[in-house]
Structures are given as structure tokens and as C-alpha cells.
Write a protein that binds this ligand. Structure first.
Ligand code: ADP
Ligand code: IPE
Length: 261
């Protein structure tokens, strides 16, 4: 089973509220359709300009805070359902049996991580040939009451609990760079393991915000992880086929996906 993360930076323009990159999602669905049903997939998408502005407007990461924040939590969840619906519709139009699974209905968080998860439904959907489509969402939290659960954290959890062949992160840049890619002298890191082993510290990357968490989560995964540009046609197919593209973190030597489906 392959997990594909449709980054918020690919499916929407983060600077334009409620924008949706229909073309990019169509291309991604088309590439996936040429491998389905031989390969099994779980899709996780980000919040982009649907989730992030609302999550910060209602200060959801600060936890429970009265009726206004509760309403805001529901509004944010509904916005994510709207974005999720657009993605599902495109997959269905490409004859892919995408099936929406709300993370807030199956996970509970604690201290920024998933503390409880009921993923039996996801496993059984995959077994029957469906393509579960999850997303960064609002989430109940054991201490704060509520929090935001990122798609990247969901992927870490699924990778730990399921038999995952590889994880592919689709981003708006070509992969992981040695510093912020906006800087002129930034270099793409093709083999993350080699780079990390030089000083074995994640801090070696000059990273900002979401990308730091993404790299940390990936380094803890057992399977092979790709970071690729989701706007370049053919990239996703190359990653699915196991070819060299973007940045790669190799699978742990002791890890073997039991059923490389
Ligand atoms: P997504 O929304 O695709 O899940 P993020 O927005 O969290 O991803 O992270 C991708 C962004 O991180 C890119 O747009 C890039 O500009 C930024 N970034 C900052 N530092 C780095 C780095 N060292 N390597 C790659 N991207 C980086
Ligand atoms: C964020 O999910 C979800 C909400 C803000 C509700 P992610 O953290 O996975 O989203 P992106 O990929 O960074 O946009």
C-alpha cells in the first residue's frame, strides 16, 4: 500500500483563501489511475487555504475556549469537508473509488500526536479496493479539548500501524533543500539519509514551519519516503515505480513491507 500526501501547497494556493488547484489534482488522479487497482493507495491531503486561515482565525491550537471557538471548530471541519469533496469528485471522475474518511471521527490527540486511532475501517476499505481519502482536520485532544491534526501526523501513525510500501509527499518545490528553497544558493538533497548522517541532526536543515515537522516525521518512518514536486507531470509515476526523483529517504534496512502491493 502506498500513502500519497497531497500537500496543501499543491491542492491550493496558500495566499488565496479557499482556492483550489483543480488541474493539479486532476493530473495527480490521472497518474494514480494508471496504477490502480494493481497498487493500493491511501490519500491524505492538507488544509491549504481552506484549513489554515480558519484554524488560526478561531485559535483552534489553543484548545477549548468557549462557544465561539466550538463554532469555529465546526466551521473549519466543514471547510475541510468541502475541500475533501472536491478532491473525491475528481478521483471519482477518473474512475477511482475514492472514499472520504474524516480523521476527527477516528482519531483523538494528546500533546500534538495521535493518542487513539480506530483505523480498522481504513484497513478494510483498502482490502476491498477502495481508496480512503483522509485530510488534516480539527481533532479532539485529551488535554486541550481540541487541536489541529496535520496530514503529516496522520501519515506517521498509519505508517507505524499498517503495511506501507512507501510514502510520497507531493509539494510545491522539487523536494527537500539544504536551506529554504527561496534562497538562491539552496541545493536539493537527493538522498536525505546520507545528508542527515553527516551530522545526524535534523537542525542541519534551515527549515521553517510545516516542513520541519514533515522531515522529522519522515525520518521516523520505516518505509521509503519520497518528497517530490506535485506540479510536475510524471513525477508521481516515477516515485510509484521506484525511480529516482526528488528527495528520497531510504527504508530502514530491517524493514520490509510484507505485501508490496
Ligand atoms: P505542504 O503544504 O505541501 O504539506 P509545507 O507548506 O508544510 O508543505 O512545506 C512546503 C514548503 O516548505 C515549501 O513551499 C517550501 O517553500 C518550504 N520550505 C522551507 N524550507 C524548506 C526546505 N529546507 N526544503 C524544502 N522546502 C522548504
Ligand atoms: C492542516 O493540515 C489542517 C487544518 C488546518 C485544518 P496539514 O497541516 O496537513 O495541511 P498543509 O498540507 O500544511 O496545508
Amino acid at each position: 500500500m502506498i500513502i500519497v500526501k497531497l500537500g496543501g501547497s499543491v491542492i491550493s494556493n496558500k495566499d488565496e483563501p479557499f482556492s483550489f488547484n483543480e488541474e493539479a489534482v486532476k493530473n495527480i488522479a490521472e497518474e494514480i489511475s494508471s496504477f490502480y487497482p494493481e497498487k493500493k493507495f491511501v490519500i491524505v491531503h492538507g488544509g491549504g487555504s481552506y484549513g489554515h486561515p480558519l484554524a488560526s482565525k478561531y485559535k483552534i491550537r489553543e484548545g477549548m475556549g468557549g462557544i465561539e471557538r466550538m463554532i469555529g471548530t465546526s466551521i473549519t471541519h466543514q471547510a475541510m469537508l468541502e475541500l475533501n469533496g472536491k478532491i473525491i469528485d475528481i478521483f471519482l471522475s477518473k474512475a477511482l473509488p475514492a472514499f472520504s474518511v474524516s480523521p476527527s471521527s477516528i482519531f483523538i490527540m494528546k500533546a500534538g500526536k495521535i493518542a487513539y486511532g480506530n483505523i480498522k475501517v481504513i484497513m478494510e476499505l483498502v482490502e476491498r479496493g477502495f481508496i480512503p481519502v483522509l485530510f488534516g482536520d480539527v481533532c479532539l485532544d485529551e488535554e486541550k479539548g481540541i487541536d489541529i491534526l496535520s496530514g503529516d501526523n496522520i501519515i506517521s501513525y498509519l505508517e507505524e500501524k499498517m503495511d506501507v510500501e512507501k510514502v510520497i509527499f507531493l509539494m510545491d518545490v522539487d523536494g527537500i533543500y539544504d536551506k529554504n528553497p527561496e534562497e538562491e544558493d539552496a541545493n536539493l538533497i537527493e538522498n536525505i539519509d546520507e545528508y542527515i548522517s553527516i551530522d545526524s541532526s535534523i537542525k542541519k536543515f534551515d527549515v521553517t514551519g510545516g516542513i520541519e515537522n514533515k522531515i522529522k516525521e519522515a525520518m521516523n518512518m520505516r518505509c521509503r519516503v519520497y518528497f517530490i514536486n506535485g506540479f510536475m507531470r510524471g513525477n508521481l509515476s516515477k516515485a510509484i515505480e521506484g525511480k529516482k526523483v526528488g528527495s528520497i529517504k531510504e527504508a530502514d534496512k530491517s524493514y520490509k513491507s510484507h505485501q508490496p502491493l
